[in-house]
Design a protein around this ligand. Structure first.
Ligand code: AMP
Ligand code: MG
Length: 309
């Protein structure tokens, strides 16, 4: 479904519907953003089987767009996934990114910072993992943890050993400003960003953490810390709300993805990725006249079984 082929046919309706869907979950008006207005169980009127076939179509389209991104070698795309434990970040990566060529795609999961990472500014470790031109980078968690988990657990801020005079009540607003400046800088240098917050309800998280304990393929992920962290649910949500309010910008808006239904979350994520890639006008590099003549010479040589002189 190329943009060029939308001549008032069915694809037109398809794109319009996509546009509406995307705008509904994109935070274009961050000052008025409230998490409570976003129902984690929302499905926007979609049925599961329809959503799954849409996801499949988008995944196929993504394969083509990635090839163009790679060949054009101009833009890079950075996809950020943020959400509490069991929000479905890992499975979104597994199921939505299946169509991507591993050559040209890097996933990085951000864990508790190492001693070396703590000795650097908070964007350092993320900067080292940014995708080069032509590639797609996926951050499973990101530098946003620095205004989320670190804000909820302020002892983690102490571990960063910042000069005491620099740690004031304004530190979170300063970090938001730094993140916004960093993202603007990335965009100005040809890295497009997509930021997803996978939003699940506390009850759905309980169900998933419980199910993990009974699933041999997932029990390794279970941790007492995740269960204990549930006591701080409200604090985490307040931190998410404030972060989204302050870092949803026209260049790098947040998408708040209702994630209680994984099939809906995956469809929305796939839709947004295709939309953003589409807007980059990706195309295979065109040959100029000299290039075309060169191709003809190569063709003649190969057909005749010679080597080019
Ligand atoms: P998981 O994503 O389940 O593998 O867990 C990774 C853990 O690392 C989570 O508990 C995150 O909160 C934590 N984490 C990631 N980045 C940071 C950070 N910058 N500071 C502190 N904890 C972090
Ligand atoms: Mg975990």
């Amino acid at each position: 479904m190329r943009r060029g082929s939308r001549n008032g046919d069915a694809s037109e309706a398809f794109f319009m519907r996509n546009g509406r869907l995307i705008r509904r979950f994109r935070i274009d008006n961050p000052r008025r953003f409230r998490l409570a207005d976003h129902d984690p169980a929302e499905t926007a009127g979609f049925e599961k089987d329809v959503a799954e076939s849409i996801t499949l179509a988008h995944v196929q389209r993504m394969t083509d767009l990635q090839q163009r991104l790679y060949a054009q070698h101009s833009w890079a795309l950075l996809i950020i996934l943020q959400g509490v434990d069991a929000a479905g970040k890992d499975s979104a990566i597994k199921r939505v990114m299946v169509g991507l060529n591993p050559q040209g795609c890097v996933v990085h999961p951000f864990k508790v910072p190492t001693a070396e990472e703590l000795d650097h500014d908070f964007l350092w470790r993320a900067a080292r993992r940014l995708p080069p031109r032509g590639d797609i980078g996926i951050f499973n968690r990101s530098y946003y943890e620095e205004v989320l988990v670190v804000r909820v657990h302020q002892e983690q801020l102490k571990a960063q050993r910042l000069p005491p005079g620099l740690v004031t009540r304004r530190i979170w607003d300063e970090r938001f400003a730094d993140v916004n400046a960093f993202e603007r800088y990335l965009l100005r240098n040809g890295t497009a960003l997509i930021k997803f917050h996978l939003r699940i309800s506390k009850e759905e998280q309980r169900r998933r953490l419980l199910a993990r304990l009974n699933d041999p393929s997932k029990v390794w992920k279970a941790s007492m810390a995740d269960v204990a962290e549930r006591k701080l649910w409200t604090k985490h949500m307040v931190a998410y709300e404030d972060a989204i309010r302050n870092t949803s910008t026209p260049e790098a808006p947040w998408y708040v993805v209702p994630a209680d239904h994984k099939w809906f979350a995956r469809m929305l994520i796939a839709t947004v990725i295709v939309d953003v890639l589409d807007r980059l006008h990706l195309d295979f590099p065109k040959l100029d006249r000299a290039g075309q003549r060169q191709i003809q010479r190569m063709r003649d040589a190969l057909r005749a079984g010679w080597s080019v002189k």
